[in-house]
Design a protein around this ligand. Structure first.
Ligand SMILES: Cc1cc2nc3c(=O)[nH]c(=O)nc-3n(C[C@H](O)[C@H](O)[C@H](O)COP(=O)(O)O)c2cc1C
Length: 210
């Protein structure tokens, strides 16, 4: 076999290398386009792709937010103080606007105001939802886990799902219709590629009440 691998010990690896490797390897990553609000009422929006669902009874999402110049990003500060946030699904249609909200606006500047992003009020939390996203999940902060030197994991319980009828038939979310956009390494995004169907081989989660 002429297979070749480059093997790199991770211990003592510089953070930029580790970040570059992980972002290239852990792909495609879904994107949580998070809306949060400061104590003073400034609405913030920013994308986060170190993100996934981590529990379903009750439903929970986790987002890893890195530090910025040793301090907190606005989203992290808002979540820590208000303890609520909304995860809006990033899609092919809202990608350009979502991407622009990753720029470093100051804590007193609202990305949603600056970019004219239409908002909808949430039912159970203070941060509003992004109207152009077909799915929005209202979340209450459940746990904060410090990870190593630079990262913090924010685990939120979903307290309300808002699903556009364009993508939800009352039972399933049609991922193809939702057109989620994913993050790859470097400056790259991807849409859904080929869809494969296989029968489900394991027992589905039981449908008892939480
Ligand atoms: C698609 C995308 C995904 C991102 N994912 C993350 C992430 O998972 N964690 C993180 O700390 N920053 C991530 N960022 C960078 C933040 O969006 C960026 O630091 C932003 O300025 C934070 O805004 P805030 O200070 O308003 O919270 C990502 C950026 C983009 C464009």
């Amino acid at each position: 076999m002429s297979e070749k691998f480059t093997t790199i010990a991770a211990s003592g690896m510089d953070t930029a290398t580790a970040y570059r490797l992980l972002c290239g390897i852990v792909t495609p990553r879904p994107i949580a386009w998070i809306t949060s609000i400061s104590e003073a009422g400034v609405v913030n929006a920013a994308p986060f792709s170190s993100y996934n669902y981590v529990a379903h009874s009750p439903p929970m999402l986790a987002i890893n937010i890195g530090s910025r110049s040793g301090g907190l990003k606005d989203t992290a500060r808002n979540i820590q103080s208000v303890k609520e946030f909304v995860v809006n699904v990033a899609t092919v249609d809202n990608m350009e606007t979502m991407h622009r909200t990753s720029a470093e606006f100051g804590p007193d500047a609202s990305e949603t105001e600056a970019l004219g992003i239409e908002l909808l009020p949430s039912d159970l939390v203070r941060p509003p939802r992004i109207a152009m996203s077909p799915v929005q999940m209202e979340c209450r902060l459940s746990q904060v886990v410090t990870l190593g030197r630079l990262n913090t994991l924010y685990i939120g319980e979903v307290v309300a799902f808002h699903l556009s009828n364009d993508v939800y038939d009352g039972r399933h979310v049609d991922s193809v219709k939702m057109q989620p956009v994913a993050r790859l390494g470097g400056p790259f995004y991807a849409s859904l590629g080929e869809i494969f169907e296989r029968p489900i081989l394991q027992t589905p989660p039981v449908g008892n009440k939480a």
